[in-house]
Design a protein around this ligand. Structure first.
Ligand SMILES: Cc1ncc(COP(=O)(O)O)c(C=O)c1O
Length: 355
């Protein structure tokens, strides 16, 4: 008998880990975590109240997925069978890849890709087909051109780590072009932060392609990243296999309660979006003024080119940002939009260095 221990699947060897955004040092009194694109304005108050009310009932399994699925369906004007819930939208990505990919199949992603699209695709044994971004934006025409039957095509809109959005007409053209047995996963984790004049969702495009799945999350604008809830929207026959194999009760009872309530918390969403857009505009203005190369963003973060140690200068002041080296963009750092006071500090440090 061999004593070498268990043998992971061969594709595991080639998978670089996902490195999470680091918090500031624990002893840093003015610590600001601008490294994971969270909501700095806190969780939805209605969501917290609902989670607290649900706490005494956690001796029971959750209502799986029960009310949350109904609420999400009503929110988007689709039937409940067009919704699948997950412990964060990352679980939806893993479910899509485990159901629709296997060795010999392919996953088409932007280069740089969102890290979990890369990892989930590789873990399934699929070959990653990386299509470089053009002007930091998905090259949807090239992604459509390379697509073959059975591929999963991942589009992140707005993209992480670049923050750029795709044009709806180009997404429609991709959906019209790619083989009908492909899955097109449109990841809309940052949808709410987009400017009004460009904000478009693929949820209204479900009639264009049978394999379209749109993922959303409660981790960003709803402020529930620590609870883990997300979902996918698609045609019932495309989602049914995901629902069949997901772990029962994958979304825990507190997350279910909080997410259901947060969905209706318009005041929290509107305030979070308005303050985030304001902070984003201020950071972009500062970059323009100070001559710092950056990528115009539709999300709650901005990618900024390294120069003269600005990320380290922020770090010395207790402000943690995300190294682009972890995101496929070495030589850049990604700054999540924080509170107005946090953005004051970021901009003041940049001004000190470059003003
Ligand atoms: C593009 C994208 N999709 C999905 C997620 C994951 O979200 P969740 O917390 O719902 O798993 C993130 C998180 O940063 C993201 O950037």
């Amino acid at each position: 008998m061999s004593d070498e221990g268990p043998r992971p699947v061969p594709q595991l060897g080639s998978i670089a880990p996902y490195v999470m955004g680091k918090p500031p040092k624990a002893d840093e009194p003015r610590g600001a975590k601008l490294s994971s694109n969270e909501n700095p304005f806190g969780p939805s108050p209605l969501g917290i109240a609902a989670a607290v009310a649900a706490l005494p009932g956690v001796n029971r399994y959750p209502d799986d997925p029960g009310v949350l699925r109904q609420r999400i369906a009503a929110h988007h004007g689709v039937g409940p069978e067009s919704v699948v819930t997950g412990a964060g939208s990352d679980e939806i990505i893993h479910l899509v890849c485990s159901v629709y990919l296997e060795p010999g199949r392919r996953m088409v992603v932007a280069d740089p890709p969102y890290g979990i699209h890369r990892i989930a695709g590789q873990l399934s044994g699929a070959t990653l087909v990386r299509i470089p971004v053009v002007d930091w934006t998905h090259d949807l025409a090239s992604m459509a051109a390379v697509a073959r039957p059975g591929d999963v095509i991942a589009v992140t809109n707005p993209h992480n780590p670049t923050g750029t959005a795709v044009r709806p007409d180009e997404l429609r053209a991709l959906l019209a072009t790619v083989p009908r047995d492909c899955v097109v996963l449109v990841d809309e984790a940052y949808h709410e932060y987009m400017d009004d004049d460009v904000r478009a969702t693929a949820i209204g495009m479900l009639d264009l392609h049978p394999g379209l799945i749109v993922s959303r999350t409660f981790s960003k604008v709803y402020g529930l990243a620590g609870l883990r809830a997300g979902y996918g929207i698609g045609r019932p026959e495309t989602l049914e296999p995901l629902d069949r194999v997901r772990a029962p009760a994958n979304v825990n009872a507190l997350a279910l309660a909080a997410a259901s309530a947060a969905l209706d918390d318009r005041a929290h969403v509107e305030r979070s979006v308005a303050l985030t857009r304001e902070g984003r505009a201020r950071l972009v203005d500062a970059c323009v003024r100070l001559g710092l190369e950056h990528v115009p963003s539709q999300a709650n973060f901005v990618l900024v080119r390294d120069r003269d140690g600005w990320p380290e200068a922020l770090g010395r002041d207790g402000i943690a940002v995300r190294p682009g080296a972890n995101l496929g963009v070495p030589g850049w750092h990604r700054v999540s939009i924080g509170t107005p006071a946090e953005m004051d500090r970021v901009i003041a440090i940049l001004e000190l260095l470059f003003g």
